[in-house]
Design a protein around this ligand. Structure first.
Ligand SMILES: NC(=O)c1ccc[n+]([C@@H]2O[C@H](COP(=O)([O-])OP(=O)(O)OC[C@H]3O[C@@H](n4cnc5c(N)ncnc54)[C@H](OP(=O)(O)O)[C@@H]3O)[C@@H](O)[C@H]2O)c1
Length: 352
């Protein structure tokens, strides 16, 4: 808590899709938000530039600190300096296909990075609450619907690393009484999704195709089925988990499942194009072992704290297409899409 009574949050992965929405949500709730960013030779803060604040201001509400999940010393230093009430561990090498190419790095950041953070919390005897960004990829080949009791059967270095981080979170809760929650989240997307993830790759390509800057889009497995939700809905669920009287693990999901092919159909239809004329499969994008079907059952989160997703598949596709058209300088109303989709409004409207 700050001297002026603000709750203090620390977010790893604040420059990412979910980290940026979570920062907005917490600011709208009056938190002081601290984020760990990696040193990079070019700026990687595009998603949070609109909430940046001059670090010289007293009683600041938003500050960025250099750090890395590979560096125990800096995690220890930042935790003891910032004294957070809540820590959200969203930092990760989060790309499943890339995890096959850099497995050791993925495990170092996603698995051991989580251990480093929890160990620093334990060592400092911090009373902060801890959120771990676990993933539905951990279920791997376990058939849907997946809930908190479903067996993990990871099919990638990313998923195996997240399983380690999940069990470590549960163990630190049981062994040391740390208020540590693992949120097992099905895929969540948004206009801020990285451009190499399949949903955004598609909506980004549509805008380029319309602008005649791209002719084809190359994808991997079109039959993979996922439970796609909207990232702002999901970050609200992360925060809700930490407000409960007891730490626990929860699935967040829409409960709907759609294939990549269906995403293509829905997205291209919105701009009156037939996806089959533009899409080619490229074996390079197939994973050595893939996950066929993910569909989550989030009834525990609904029963315990009333969490429910507001945005489902069709609205999600639509808002992502609209935002990519606008980014490319195209007018969505030309395609009968509203120029400003109400669902794209973020927590910004509530910011102090
Ligand atoms: N989105 C989903 O569908 C989904 C589903 C389940 C779980 N998750 C998990 O939820 C978290 C957030 O997902 P997201 O979609 O927001 O991912 P994202 O957009 O890829 O963001 C990942 C974040 O982690 C940071 N990061 C990467 N390596 C790091 C390191 N060595 N040290 C510190 N930070 C590092 C990145 O920083 P840079 O900007 O510097 O790269 C970025 O801020 C991730 O842990 C992801 O695995 C995501």
């Amino acid at each position: 808590m700050t001297e002026t009574g603000k709750k203090v949050a620390l977010i790893t992965g604040i420059t990412g899709q979910s980290g940026s929405y979570l920062a907005e949500l917490l600011l709208s709730k009056g938190y002081q938000v601290n984020g760990i960013i990696r040193r990079s030779s070019s700026f990687n803060t595009a998603r949070i530039e609109h909430i940046y604040q001059d670090p010289h201001e007293k009683d600041y509400r938003f500050r960025l600190w250099y750090g890395d999940l590979s560096d125990s010393g800096v995690l220890l230093k930042l935790l003891s300096q910032i004294q957070p009430d809540e820590v959200y561990n969203l930092g990760a090498q989060s790309h499943v296909k890339v995890s096959f190419e850099i497995p050791e790095y993925t495990a170092d950041i996603d698995a051991i990075g989580t251990l480093r953070l929890l160990e620093a919390i334990r060592y400092l005897k911090s009373s902060c609450k801890f959120y771990q960004a676990s993933s539905s990829e951990m279920f791997g080949s376990s058939p849907p619907p997946q809930n908190e009791k479903t067996q993990f059967a990871p099919r990638s270095p990313y998923a195996a690393s997240k399983v380690f981080a999940h069990h470590t979170t549960v163990n630190y809760r049981e062994a040391y009484g740390i208020f540590a929650c693992s949120g097992i989240l099905m895929n969540h997307e948004s206009p801020r999704r990285g451009e190499t993830f399949v949903t955004r790759k598609i909506t980004h390509a549509i805008a380029k195709i319309l602008n005649k800057k791209q002719e084809k889009i190359y994808l991997g497995n079109l039959d993979a089925k996922r439970d796609w939700g909207y990232a702002p809905d999901f970050v609200e669920g992360m925060w809700m988990m930490l407000q409960q009287p007891q730490a626990d693990d929860y699935i967040l999901a829409t409960g709907e499942m759609h294939s990549v092919r269906e995403f293509l159909e829905e997205a291209f239809k919105l701009v009156d194009l037939d996806w089959k004329n533009y899409v080619e499969t490229d074996p390079r994008y197939f994973r050595p072992t893939d996950v066929d079907e993910l569909r989550g059952d989030s009834s525990k989160a609904k029963a315990k704290f009333g969490w429910q997703p507001k945005v489902k598949f069709k609205d999600l596709v639509r808002l992502m297409v609209i935002e990519d058209l606008k980014l490319a300088g195209l007018d969505p109303s030309k395609y009968g899409l509203e120029a400003r989709h109400p669902l794209t409004a973020t927590f910004l409207k509530d910011l102090p």
